[in-house]
Design a protein around this ligand. Structure first.
Ligand SMILES: [Zn+2]
Length: 293
């Protein structure tokens, strides 16, 4: 089904229901922290999904030594491209790994358990999987690279550089022509979704940020708050820092609200997320992709 906006342009409808199924599917593999069985199973699934939709798909492998714990990880970014020859190229990204520890748990015994990452991991990937299917169904005039970054969540609290390993490696070893801009989505599945403008995005890419929040307003997507929120070190920061790509992050860090917290706990499960939330972010991105033609 197609819905039209603006001057007669047809923008495909984004299905929150489909996206939610992709979220549940990822969670069905269990925690997807690097090295786990869930990680390996999910990697095969994501590759198969992208191979059936994108024009080209490959893995960008890299190695990471955790200086604090001494662990060594073999990690992989998954890169999928649509319409490689288009003049205008954009990048959409989300991290596919989940955190090996639930260090925000109050119960000490739970702190070393890996978490399910329904919101922190699966939600962003779920929206991008649905977008991949839309791009397959109705190719866009804009070229789109979808990246599932690895090793986003292996960091130590308080040390920004220990996070976002996949985007750091990608940006330092850029394997694609530099895109016009990049949009990262993370923690966008929360049932109680509020998306203020992330501050580092606004500082590094003010025009793109304003454009997207204005579009959200025009599309009547109430989760997008027309206010400034936190500064968050996410995969968008290395893209700007090391590859000078205009990059922004769409994120709801208060999960589920300022009082309670499921973030980095055993509570980050699919029942805390909703198809309606995924649809708001997906609708914005599809309108962005097809609307800039
Ligand atoms: Zn996290």
């Amino acid at each position: 089904m197609l819905v039209s906006i603006g001057c007669g342009k047809k923008v495909p409808e984004f299905s929150g229901k489909n996206a939610f199924q992709y979220l549940e599917k990822q969670c069905s593999f269990g925690p997807r922290n690097p090295g786990s069985k869930g990680y390996k199973d999910c990697l095969s699934y994501l590759l198969q999904q992208m191979q059936s939709t994108a024009d080209t798909v490959w893995i960008q492998p890299f190695n990471y030594n955790d200086p604090h714990r001494g662990d060594n990880y073999n990690l992989q970014n998954i890169i999928a491209r649509f319409n490689l020859n288009a003049e205008k190229q954009i990048l959409l990204g989300a991290h596919w790994d989940t955190r090996p520890w639930s260090d925000q748990e109050t119960e000490l015994t739970n702190q070393n358990k890996p978490l399910l990452g329904a919101n922190d991991g699966a939600s962003g990937v779920a929206v991008l999987l649905e977008i991949a299917h839309i791009l397959k169904e109705k190719p866009s005039e804009t070229g789109v690279t979808i990246i599932f970054f690895d090793g986003e969540d292996l960091g130590m609290s308080g040390e920004d550089r220990s996070y976002a390993q996949g985007s750091q490696f990608f940006a330092k070893n850029l394997p694609i022509p530099k895109p016009d801009h990049a949009i990262i989505i993370d923690m966008i599945g929360d049932k109680n979704l509020h998306l203020p403008i992330e501050r580092l995005s606004y500082r590094n890419a003010p025009r793109l940020t304003r454009k997207l929040w204005k579009l959200a307003n025009k599309l009547n997507l109430p989760a997008f708050d027309q206010t400034l929120g936190y500064s968050i070190f996410d995969d968008h920061v290395p893209l700007w820092e090391f590859a000078k790509i205009q990059s922004i992050d769409i994120i709801d860090f208060d999960y589920p609200n300022k009082r309670d917290n499921y973030w980095h706990t055993q509570e980050d499960t699919p029942d805390k997320c909703s198809p309606v939330s995924l649809a708001q972010v997906g609708t914005l991105l599809t309108n962005h992709i097809y609307g800039i033609e």
